[in-house]
Design a protein around this ligand. Structure first.
Ligand code: G3H
Ligand code: 13P
Ligand code: ZN
Length: 332
């Protein structure tokens, strides 16, 4: 049993309180490997932003949970070495069972998500409540994120073709019964790089897909029901068209890519949305640079010369998000 405090990590409690009051959102960036972790920390130290390092169960299988835990400890020391101690959270993304959440809590995670959004309402309440009871009774309080409403797209092993928006009428009851610390809601975002079907979008003069707007009316209604309560947005990559074009220029094929426009995320970050999840944009940036190097330098075979530029691009992307989209820069 390791407490997250031994690793130098923090839970989300105070970070979310400040973010809701300050009208910004904490970035939650997924990571599975060293280069992603380094670029996240470099960007967040440089922009003086708090950060949530999140690990999906797929990431746990890929990288091994003890390695990830020690990478989070390394991230804390790395930030210190870079000259600025930022608050760092280690969070389980889309936990799908009590056992997985328990395992992560015992490994040293400071925050877990229990995603019961695919269950019936009553089952979601019961499972989320059980995880909260365990997490909150630890010597060092572990924070819990729950989810109401279903996002379209792939959430780890669970995939859903259609989204179901969060019903604002349910949130007071859910938060009261479960005692969650934050709530992920569904207002039109979805996971992955193709967030909407082309028939749901319009096109600009260059044929680029323009997505339908997020349902800010639902967000506003949720905020009215639970004023000041921390809200989380999943599936919030913007799918930058430059990366899509770069990937396609160097041999990839990413048909019908479309994300959530940055202006809409900026607007959401100013509300009670205090955690914004971004994974796909990092994947796109990394893949774009890797493809470019492999094509432009066919004789290169040193992985450091391939992954190094990808890491630099990732850092630029994360710094941009903190400064210009989430508003978390300067808040650490
Ligand atoms: O919500 C999903 C995240 O992007 C994690 O994706 O399960 O492929 O690691 P993954
Ligand atoms: P994206 O696929 O939009 O990056 O969403 C990531 C996410 O929600 C992780 O939980
Ligand atoms: Zn998600």
């Amino acid at each position: 049993m390791t407490s997250y405090k031994e690793l130098g990590l923090v839970n989300t409690k105070e970070l979310f309180e400040k973010a809701v009051k300050g009208g910004y959102a904490i970035p939650a960036y997924n990571f599975n490997n060293m280069e992603q972790m380094q670029s996240i920390i470099q960007a967040c130290v440089e922009t003086k932003s708090p950060v949530i390092l999140q690990v999906s169960s797929g990431a746990r299988k890929y990288a091994n949970q003890n390695i990830l835990k020690n990478m989070a400890r390394g991230a804390v020391e790395y930030a210190h070495e870079l000259g600025y101690d930022i608050p760092i959270v280690l969070h389980l993304d889309h936990g799908d069972s009590f056992e997985l959440c328990k395992d992560c809590i015992e490994t040293g995670f400071s925050s877990v998500m229990i995603d019961g959004s695919h269950l019936s309402y009553d089952e979601n309440v019961a499972l989320t409540k059980k995880v909260c009871e365990l997490a909150h009774s630890q010597k060092d309080y572990v924070t819990v994120e729950g989810e109401l409403g279903v996002l379209a797209g792939v959430e780890d092993d669970v995939s859903s073709e259609h989204s179901h928006y969060t019903q604002p009428s349910e949130v007071v009851d859910f938060v009261g019964k479960t005692k969650v610390d934050s709530l992920a809601i569904s207002i039109g975002t979805s996971h992955g790089r193709a967030k909407f079907k082309p028939e749901q979008c319009t096109r600009d003069a260059n044929g680029i897909l323009i997505p339908p707007p997020l349902r800010f009316d639902i967000l506003e209604e949720v905020e009215k029901q639970i004023p000041g309560f921390p809200i989380v947005l999943h599936g919030s990559s913007s799918v930058p068209i430059e990366y899509v074009h770069m990937i396609e220029k160097y041999g990839g094929k990413l048909t019908d890519s479309v994300g959530i426009p940055e202006e809409q995320l900026r607007k959401a970050a100013k509300s009670a949305v205090c955690k914004i999840n971004i994974d796909s944009d990092g994947r796109l940036a990394m893949t774009a640079l890797i493809r470019k190097i492999l094509v432009e330098k066919p004789d290169e075979f040193d992985p450091r010369k391939i992954l190094g530029p990808a890491r630099d691009e990732l850092k630029k992307l994360y710094a941009h998000k903190n400064q210009n989209v989430l508003g978390s820069a300067g808040r650490a």
